[in-house]
Design a protein around this ligand. Structure first.
Ligand code: PLP
Length: 391
């Protein structure tokens, strides 16, 4: 085995930039500097590449290119979807989401409740992190204008059945937005078949540099622009295009499309190997989320009696980058809102660690992680006042 110094297993936070993406972007930092809105050849050449990038994003989702709007990030896409919908549909005042959304959705809903007078329903989940669809259906009233439910959870990887959820929204005449930032590129999404009106994605969860995203707006959806100014993006998002990053996002979508099936099988096998390897060696460990209905790259494991932060520090010292399911918000000792909504017991919610893989994760790295994590857990437990080795 070669010497492994750095194992990156935090791909749900951000991903390594793909070399192919960088290569595609480079000319747009140099000779291809024209403004795509310009009438001359400098602009025209660049506009052709922006068109191609839009086609590549659209192809990954099986939609038409005119339905794709480039944004600055996943957070902007979510904000645009939610706030743009409400601005264009001002008569209804009820909006519905879930307790386990990313802050890019959840905090927008909470702002709208607090500052804009919206009546907000936040749907809960069961212990596996699943929604109750009967409850969801009952929550949609004639006053409901928007439903926002994520496609896959960033912390646990749990996937929601957006096909069934979208069908319920359609039936009730409610606009349906999905934050698919964690799903795009990891699982196939065919929006010709899925009843989704608005879908947010982010480049850096898909191997581009940070700072580019896109919003899918199904043709005919009533939505106001988020940025007002020039005529870019068919008047839906003003501002001169971030051309190099748009090109990068197009390339990343093309790469995802070309490898989605084989890569996902490979990554799923590695994730399962990691999970089995850890669970078989470590007692009092629990998988958070729904193990059957989950992104192929994610595992979130709760280790009882110890603190996630301590585990992460020790793993980091051993060269392994993972993430805590109980990220302390500004020094408070609250576990993550996702694990709280799932009513994960405190004793292991605090000791939860998310490992998230990518197409760049190797089997060697997983073997190293399987070997490295158990002694770290044991060492921390030996120091823990809550741990009794005889139980
Ligand atoms: C990362 C993430 C976002 C935010 O995307 P940015 O591009 O970082 O703004 C939104 N939703 C989910 C589920 C995410 O994982």
């Amino acid at each position: 085995m070669t010497d492994i110094r750095q194992v990156y297993l935090d791909n749900n936070a951000t991903c390594k930039v793909s070399p192919g993406v960088v290569e595609a972007m480079l000319p747009f930092f140099g000779e291809l500097y024209g403004n795509p809105s310009s009438m001359h050849s400098f602009g025209g050449k660049v506009a052709e590449h922006v068109t191609q990038a839009r086609e590549r994003v659209a192809a990954l989702l099986n939609v038409s290119p005119e339905e794709i709007v480039f944004t600055s990030c996943g957070t902007e896409s979510d904000n645009h979807a939610i706030r743009g919908t409400l601005e264009a549909n001002p008569d209804k005042k009820h909006i519905v989401t879930t307790k386990v959304e990313h802050p890019a959705v959840l905090n927008v809903f909470r702002f709208l409740a607090k500052r804009k007078g919206y009546h907000v329903t936040e749907l809960g989940v069961n212990k596996k992190g699943d929604l109750n669809l009967d409850e969801l259906r009952a929550a949609l009233t004639p006053d409901t204008v928007l439903l926002s439910v994520m496609a896959a959870n960033n912390e646990t990887g749990t996937m929601f059945p957006i096909d069934e959820i979208g069908a319920i929204a359609r039936e009730k005449g409610v606009i349906f937005h999905t934050d698919a930032v964690q799903a795009v590129g990891k699982i196939p999404l065919d929006l010709k078949k899925l009843p989704v009106d608005l879908l947010a994605l982010s480049g850096h969860k898909l191997h581009t540099p940070k700072g580019i995203g896109a919003l899918y707006i199904r043709k005919g959806t009533r939505i106001s622009p988020f940025m007002i100014g020039g005529h870019q993006e068919h008047n839906r998002r003003a501002g001169t295009e971030n051309v190099p990053y748009i090109i990068g996002l197009g390339k990343a979508c093309e790469e995802a499309m070309n490898s989605i099936f084989e890569e996902n099988n490979r990554v799923r096998k590695l994730r399962d190997k990691l999970e089995t390897g850890l669970m078989s060696q470590i007692s009092h460990a629990y998988i958070n989320g729904n193990p059957q209905w989950r992104l192929p790259n994610t595992t979130n494991i709760g280790f009882e009696f110890i603190e996630g932060e301590a585990i992460l520090l020790h793993l980091s010292a051993a060269g392994i980058a993972a993430s805590s399911g109980s990220a302390c918000t500004s020094g408070s000792l609250e576990p993550s809102h996702v694990l709280m909504a799932m009513e994960v017991p405190f004793t292991y919610a605090h000791g939860s660690v998310r490992f998230s893989l990518s197409k760049f994760t190797t089997e060697e790295e997983i073997d190293y992680t399987i070997k490295t994590v158990p002694p770290v857990i044991q060492k921390l437990r030996d120091m823990s006042p809550f741990y009794d080795p005889n139980k």
